[in-house]
Design a protein around this ligand. Structure first.
Ligand code: ZN
Length: 308
């Protein structure tokens, strides 16, 4: 009989939920199934319950990667989750089944996945940042996940990078790192630069008013060699570097992994060179993530299976 322990592992996002059975070596035992995330907390609970019942005899644990901070017991979300329905943080996941249920924040799952079987394999000191609409972060230190006092550590997107209230963030505070260095940050940088840079007059996008510029305009422009877009990209990297070099000084990682939808646009070699020139705790390697869209599911499964 196969004695390898297995997790039914979910990655729940604002629009879709993916799940699969994953074993303790990080291998997929079943194919991934993708569903639309239901629009109420009750329907989400029922969705989980039904899928668990269908797979009950094949699994040892249920694991869930989710947005939001997760409590220290890994049973529930304990912060707001703007992209999920009202009532979602009230779900008590342990009530889904009599098997163990393990819940963890998606960025924490992702850094664990990269450490276990991705770009930072076997690097016991790894820092990961996820560049998307905002910025998420996770750290593995001496082979353990850093969770903080309440489980909410590494909210790196909310780090302030200026002290003089230059730009309001979508969260209502000023000068969060993510309002400069995320996908939203790339757009903010483009809008600000279009209003002052003489290069904008010769840009591919010159017929747009600066406020109409999108993140895609800039990634497309950079791809086509548009000078203005290149300047925006270079400034955006400056912002990524500014936050990252401080994080490297704080955590002294062996490897920095960059993931997320915008992560693929980051020039990791250039960032590595800059950090190794200016950080006081070098050397560090900077790499793109390798476990991609599976990172949440793999990380949740491997973290949960360790607890059995
Ligand atoms: Zn903010």
């Amino acid at each position: 009989m196969d004695s390898t322990k297995k997790a039914l592992s979910f990655d729940i996002g604002g629009t879709k939920t993916i799940y699969a059975i994953i074993d303790e070596n990080g291998n997929f035992v079943t194919q991934k199934t993708k569903l639309a995330t239901p629009d109420t907390a009750d329907k989400i609970f029922d969705m989980f319950k039904n899928i668990i019942e269908e797979n009950y005899t094949d699994i040892d644990i249920v694991t869930i990667s989710t947005a939001g901070a997760v409590n220290l017991e890994n049973t529930r979300v304990c912060s707001s989750t703007p992209n999920l329905p009202a009532g979602y943080p009230d779900i008590e996941f342990s009530k889904l089944t009599d098997k163990k249920v393990f819940v963890e924040n998606d960025a924490n799952c992702a850094v664990w996945s990269e450490y276990a079987c991705g770009a930072a394999k076997d690097c016991k000191n790894t820092l990961m940042i996820t560049l998307g609409t905002g910025i998420g972060g996770g750290v593995v230190s001496n082979g353990e996940l850093v969770r903080g006092y309440t489980g909410a550590a590494l909210e790196v997107g909310s780090m302030k990078i200026f002290a003089d209230k230059r730009q309001k963030c979508t969260c209502g505070r000023y000068d969060c790192w993510e309002s400069y260095a995320s996908g939203t940050g790339l757009r903010n940088t483009a809008v600000a630069m279009a209003k002052t840079s003489p290069e904008y007059k010769n840009s591919l996008h010159k017929d747009k008013s600066p406020d109409e510029l999108t993140t895609y305009d800039i990634t497309e422009g950079e791809d086509k060699g548009d000078r203005f877009s290149e300047l925006v990209f270079s400034q955006w990297h400056e912002y990524i570097f500014t936050g990252l070099v401080s994080l490297v000084d704080i955590f002294n990682p062996e490897t920095v992994v960059i993931s997320g939808g915008m992560g693929k646009f980051a020039n990791v070699l250039q960032l590595e060179e800059r950090i190794n020139k200016e950080s006081v705790v070098t050397p560090v390697k900077v790499k793109h993530a390798q476990t991609g869209n599976d990172a949440g599911m793999i990380g949740a499964a491997l973290l949960g299976l360790r607890k059995l």
